[in-house]
Design a protein around this ligand. Sequence first.
Ligand SMILES: NC(=O)c1ccc[n+]([C@@H]2O[C@H](COP(=O)([O-])OP(=O)(O)OC[C@H]3O[C@@H](n4cnc5c(N)ncnc54)[C@H](OP(=O)(O)O)[C@@H]3O)[C@@H](O)[C@H]2O)c1
Length: 350
Amino acid sequence: MSRAIVLGGTGVVGRAIALRLARDGWRVDVTGREARNMPSDLTAAGVSFVRADSRDATEVAVAFGAGADLLVDCVCYTAADARRLLPLARDATSTVMISSKAVYADAVGNHSNSDVPPQFDGPIRETQSTVRPSDIDFDSREGYGANKVAAERVLLDSGLPVSVLRPSKIHGRGAARPREWVFVKRVLDRRPLLLARRGAGVDHTTAAANLAALVEIAAARPGTRVLNCADPDAPSGLEIARAIARLLDHEWHEVLLDGDAVGNVGLHPWDAVHPIVLDMSEAQALGYSPAGDFVSTVADEVDWLVREARGGADVASLPSGDDPFFAPYFDYAAEDRFLEARAMSVGRLG
Ligand SMILES: NC(=O)c1ccc[n+]([C@@H]2O[C@H](COP(=O)([O-])OP(=O)(O)OC[C@H]3O[C@@H](n4cnc5c(N)ncnc54)[C@H](OP(=O)(O)O)[C@@H]3O)[C@@H](O)[C@H]2O)c1
């Protein structure tokens, strides 16, 4: 039986990877700092939890043991993290590091987290330039992509069989920040759908299940490489909202704004000014076949969100009302004022 170890394997990404490998007959260990964060579906699938903080080289070495056929790192954010991974990667047949599309820079250096939105020429290939590597705070808008680039370089320069995967906006069961909640909660609250730029914004989605499918290919074909990972389709915000409504048997009252969001009104997480789409031909050439398109893969997460909202065992994992990431998307008072003012101006014109 082949053995895999997934570092930081209890989040949305590690969970999908571990589950797929376990179902395909692998012996899988996942690490994390807290046993209570181990998803019950992983335990049920025979995956073992090993407590180890990835920032502690001794703890990770003990968890890793004598070697593995596949080593996956879901919590490699900096060059220092990558250097700590190298001794383990030497004893693994194939290693996968989860990076991000946030590394890509457009012709003038803008990236997904810059104040000026990036404008790419078309679907982004792995050869697209990246932001400059840096070790400024990785948990900041400027530092996230720059530190991922620094980590990638440490691993790729080692010449070891490391596949660096660059996903886009990840969705899946158990996500710590389930962006789809923006539309799921709106359906549950029976609110209208207000979308800036008529919901045309595209910021490529990546199903955790598709990432897992690509990890399995990287395991079967060890190599030193970079691969994009995104869904086979690239739905717009409006298409995402409509797909989620269909899954919930709901029909939106759609209010599509021609321009930018008005304050918080019309905001949604996929509102990229210029489309951000990853080219998937490198992965396909390696033999990758996606688990599904956006709508078929998002169904599992939507089901999870609805169950938890209705009092499921995991309800505490849903974003709270004052979560600073989600709060602007649920500014219902501002929406009501906006809709009222609009109705009055239509009335006056009529
Ligand atoms: N989410 C996205 O949209 C997105 C997009 C592009 C790229 N990515 C990349 O995808 C990777 C995985 O993302 P994710 O969303 O699955 O992350 P996540 O939800 O934060 O999950 C990470 C898991 O790892 C554990 N963990 C965190 N720090 C650890 C440490 N020092 N040692 C051991 N375990 C640790 C956490 O559990 P404990 O707290 O119990 O340790 C957590 O369950 C990241 O590298 C991220 O940069 C994510």
